[in-house]
Design a protein around this ligand. Sequence first.
Ligand code: 7TS
Length: 426
Amino acid sequence: MVAVEERDMQAVGAWGHNARLDVERIRADFPALEQQVYGRPLVYLDNAATAQKPRSVIEAVCGHYRRDAANVHRAVHALSSRATLAYEEARDRVCRFLNAPARETIVFTRGATEGINLVAYGWGRHHLREGDEILLTEMEHHSNLVPWQLLAQATGAQLRFLRVRRDGTLNLDELDTLLTERTKLVAFTHVSNVLGTINPAATIIDAAHRVGAITLLDAAQSVPHMPVDVQALDVDLLVFSGHKLGGPTSSGALYGKREILESMEPFLAGGDMISSVWLDHAAWNEVPWKFEAGTPAIAEQIGLGAAVEYLTSVGMEAIHAHEQRLTAYALAQLQAIPAVEIYGEAPARAGVISFLVAGIHPHDLAQLLDQEGIAVRAGNHCAQPLHRVLDQVATCRASFYLYNTEAEVDALVAGIRRAQRFFGVE
Ligand code: 7TS
């Protein structure tokens, strides 16, 4: 049996951080939160889909377009130099944010999805063959499932799955039998975007390393919400999306251990990813630029740099602690409604709550809540296989961020009670 490591237990205890966030001050940094929707103050509880943007991010993006709009790594003129400096400074900021060992280990991508596809193509197609195995879990977002299905079809590798238990945790007891010398890659989500489960990443990574497999952590739902240290985790590859942490859409990064990135082939080919080109062949640029073909998302990655600076200035431990408190409060309030069923009750749990209200279709509930200015998501949250395990086609989901308040949880609960009255299912 695999015992959960001490390093993973930290996630349960919120790093012992007691400082309270000044949420009103934080809210003032997010212009979108000032608006009314249908004449009601916006209650934005769809943060697992995307987060609102602080003013510093909006200004970083606008500032680039106002002053420095030029291509990077190409021209000698002042605008291009400034754009290149800002773009590469964003890489340094992401590097510090993840405690990565070197800036070259940070590859800019358009988000988690692109990062996973980059690895599936650049690593998988050149390192896997028939008989090899990839271990995933039943709780993956489609982004961390379908690219591996395509890779399996292309290489003859087999997919294996860690199952999800009723409480929303992974069945780690299966690790011993699922991990063999055939396992070449273990790719799993750090935090479930449906159940909120914080998976014991260090434990799984160490177990994978014991059979010689490399690991990819889908950190789309963890990096925005808690301290993530790639060196402490000893993870080989990690992806996240900038838009979920207050950065622009189409920003994000892949972290990779240098020797693994160097063993990978390019994903996209074109300008900037080469060192020299002849008519019939080419040689590649150094890592990470080898993976950044063409004009990149310059303004977006500069915005991402501003977003991680913003989060760092607030403090990731304090953000995590705030969300832990808010989630505990929300769970208690929702559990007090007998008709509410919550999916996922892992002890280590992030601020994502999927639920159903007896007698109300999740889409109807989401629509009624929207009429009151409350934004939640309904659907399968791009996790159809997990919803089959839950035996549901869809759920309703509320997800929190640093700017959410207990008053907003109260608004959600009042909205659910009103919906019950509306449908006559009290
Ligand atoms: N992995 C996880 C765990 C996610 O939650 C998401 C997006 C992705 C990968 C893909 O991220 P992208 O930025 O590349 O699209 N999750 C969600 C969600 O839960 N609702 O909308 C998007």
